[in-house]
Design a protein around this ligand. Structure first.
Ligand code: SAM
Length: 176
């Protein structure tokens, strides 16, 4: 089971990015998202609305103290921090290392500045290439490699709407 922690959210500026972290986490197979207290309620509402319409069991929770939360998580699971400074996921052996993790996995993505402690608490600091880009892209690629692309075929239970894939036009059916 994979969960995502998004840290370093800046109110207003990061509204859209944090929403996208949530939508990507859900669409790419994570079970839930943990957010800081500084995250606007509208971010949580948007993700909740998507879950209601498009189904699935994706949880969003707010954590009081992310560093304490990380330390507690390490008592029962593994922490992977996504950072451009980490071990490159494309290098031999790195993905195998990640795929060998059993039990609960927490994937941490940052914002503007990530506290040093996060690098220290994490079991693995993993880079999606060693170039700076984005928490949204990093999370998507990480989950897609972890799940070998199979997450894109997952069914989302209790959806209200479902897309019938088509080459042209938009085919959407009501299923609930
Ligand atoms: N310079 C910042 C730092 O202190 O690491 C990076 C800021 S970046 C805009 C925001 C987040 O995107 C990072 O915290 C990290 O989670 C993710 N990220 C960006 N590039 C990455 C990469 N190449 N590999 C993994 N994660 C990356």
């Amino acid at each position: 089971e994979v969960y995502v922690l998004r840290i370093g959210h800046r109110p207003v500026r990061d509204h859209r990015v944090t929403t996208h972290v949530g939508l990507v986490a859900r669409a790419f197979g994570a079970r839930g998202l943990y957010l800081e207290k500084s995250v606007e309620k509208s971010v949580i509402d948007t993700i909740a609305r998507v879950c209601k319409t498009w189904g699935g069991e994706f949880r969003v929770e707010v954590v009081d103290d992310p560093l304490r939360f990380l330390r507690e998580w390490r008592q029962m699971g593994v922490v992977v921090h996504l950072t451009m400074y980490g071990l490159n996921i494309a290098e031999e052996g790195v993905l195998d290392l990640i795929r060998s993790i059993r039990g609960k996995l927490l994937v941490v993505v940052g914002g503007e500045k990530v506290p040093r402690e996060v690098y220290e608490i994490a079991d693995y600091n993993i880079a999606i290439g060693n170039q700076p880009h984005s928490e949204v892209a990093a999370l998507a690629i990480f989950l897609d490699r972890l799940f070998s692309g199979k997450e894109l075929l997952q069914e989302f239970p209790r959806a209200r709407l479902k897309i019938i894939p088509s080459n042209r036009g938009k085919r959407v059916v009501r299923v609930g």
